[in-house]
Design a protein around this ligand. Sequence first.
Ligand SMILES: [Zn+2]
Length: 59
Amino acid sequence: MTHKFSCRRAGNRNCNFAVESDEEDELVEMAKRHARETHDAELSRRETRNNLKSIKPAS
Ligand SMILES: [Zn+2]
């Protein structure tokens, strides 16, 4: 299962940052780092996970 984090979906309307990963933990870390470095904001783990979208692999 691939997960995707889109910064815009998380509420930053002007941000095009999006990452995908099969590893949810890795994705959360990337999203948190992006929020910190780009928006000077701390995302909580739970907050970030709530904004992940699961993408079913194309069969
Ligand atoms: Zn962003």
